[in-house]
Write a protein that binds this ligand. Structure first.
Ligand code: LLP
Length: 430
């Protein structure tokens, strides 16, 4: 059965669009001042398109929200690690949060300042630790006794002191998807708050470790402030205790996780977030580090894809498009919602569809039960808010070359990653 609803309400779409610079002009979708269908024609689809202005504005917004504190914003590279995006962020003088040697390498290639890099992650290998120590990063966020011992040993061999923060797991519920909740005691992340004191006492004994900070990160796509406040309150006693022992404590890193709008969420704004946590951190007199990823790049990207087939059925209509779960895995992995809009507004009745990719899995969907016009082969749609955890989580599943990426700035655009070719698919195989 086909369900028709009236031509969609442009006003409500406009309202949602205002958080970024992807908007319609004369019925055509633009990325800043660049025509999206022109980019799709030139670079083919599936195509990631990013808006510099959206990314920079979000970065500035979060920086300025925290200006009351001495704050270092460390952009979380995992959200989008294209070197051109990292360069944009480095040019704004931001720091970086990396979780692998590969991410560190990218940041350095993009001109990031090593002294503004924090290195997080539960499984840093000795090789990665060596690389980061040689690079001279700001600090490691450490998550276990064994990691501490390993860093101490490598630093000793290098005859240096390694600066570290202890990542504490405060055991709070961030009220987000269970896969991206990281601050509960059953999660693998951080040092259980009950063990934190004994770890601190152990760490003090290591001659090549300098405890410079306390760190937490409770999850991702968090839309409320209370879990942060609960976590900070839980860590406060511990921080005060440490401060009385150690003069070296300089930083409090509250992690990332600030949520964005995908559908109808009402996340706290950066300013609300900063002002509401302020009373709990002010009197600690520590420099602040934040590690936002999604907040900076999430709304700054779209994934443009073309219709391969409009498969009308009895129970369901499927819009089969040329982007699949290998290009954007968030709907399949987390049941995530991304708004989907036509690149060209078409007058007429809308149809209810599942928007699916060409991959041989029923999890290969980009959106379910969405209203879109009666689109034809070759028509374009845009999947919005795909700037974070989009391309970076893409794969070659089904031997599909990965999408190209384009960065727009006002009326200019540049290809920042070429589309992969069939040859690329096999070039490392022996
Ligand atoms: N810091 C640490 C230690 C993290 O583990 C993360 C994200 C961040 C900062 C940045 O979080 P953000 O501000 O972007 O929320 N693939 C998932 C998200 C995974 C987040 C992993 N850690 C998704 O697509 O929703």
């Amino acid at each position: 059965m086909l369900i028709y609803i009236p031509f969609y309400d442009i006003i409500s779409i406009k309202k949602v669009i205002s958080m970024d610079y992807f908007d319609y002009k004369n019925g055509k979708l633009y990325a800043e001042d660049v025509d999206v269908s022109m980019l799709a024609e030139k670079f083919k689809t599936p195509l990631y398109i990013y808006s510099s202005r959206t990314i920079i504005e979000h970065l500035r917004k979060i920086k300025s929200a925290f200006k009351e504190f001495d704050t270092l914003v460390c952009y979380s590279v995992k959200a989008n690690s294209n070197i051109s995006i990292l360069k944009l962020i480095a040019e704004e003088d931001a720091g970086f949060d990396v979780v692998s040697g590969g991410e560190l390498f990218r940041v350095l290639k993009a001109g990031g300042n090593p002294k503004k890099i924090v290195y997080a992650g539960v499984g840093k290998t000795p090789e990665e630790i060596f690389y980061a120590l040689k690079t001279g990063i700001l600090m490691f966020n450490i998550e276990s006794v064994e990691e501490l011992q390993t860093i101490n040993k490598i630093a000793k061999n290098l005859k240096i002191k390694a600066d570290v923060a202890l990542r504490i797991n405060p055991d709070v519920d961030a009220h987000t998807h269970s896969y991206i909740t990281t601050g509960k005691k059953e999660n693998k992340f951080g040092i259980n708050i009950i063990l934190a004191n004994s770890l601190f006492n152990t760490a003090k004994k290591y001659k090549h470790i300098n405890i410079k900070g306390i760190d937490m990160h409770i999850g991702s796509q968090i839309t409320i402030i209370q879990p942060y406040i609960d976590a900070i309150k839980k860590l406060k006693n511990f921080i005060e205790q440490i401060k009385s022992f150690s003069k070296n404590l300089e930083f409090f890193n509250i992690g990332g996780g600030m949520g964005i709008i995908y559908k109808d969420e009402k996340p706290a704004t950066a300013a609300e977030f900063a002002s509401e946590i302020s009373p709990y951190i002010k009197d600690l007199n520590l420099k602040l580090i934040i590690e936002p990823g999604r907040f900076i790049v999430g709304n700054g990207g779209i994934l443009v894809t073309s219709v391969i087939y409009n498969k009308k059925g009895i129970n369901k209509n499927f819009l089969i498009v040329d982007a699949g779960m290998n290009d954007l895995i968030r709907p399949a992995l987390y049941g995530a919602y991304h708004s989907i809009i036509p690149v060209k507004q078409i007058k007429g009745k809308n149809i209810l569809y599942d928007i699916v990719g060409p991959i041989c899995e029923s999890a290969d969907f980009l959106g379910k039960d969405r209203h879109l016009p009666d689109l034809k082969q070759g028509d374009l749609i845009a999947i919005r808010s795909a700037g974070a955890y989009g391309f970076v989580m893409s794969s070659n599943y089904n031997s599909r070359p990965r999408a190209a990426e384009v960065l727009v700035q006002n009326n200019k655009y540049k290809l920042i990653r070429k589309r992969e070719t069939y040859e690329d698919l096999i070039k490392l195989e022996i």
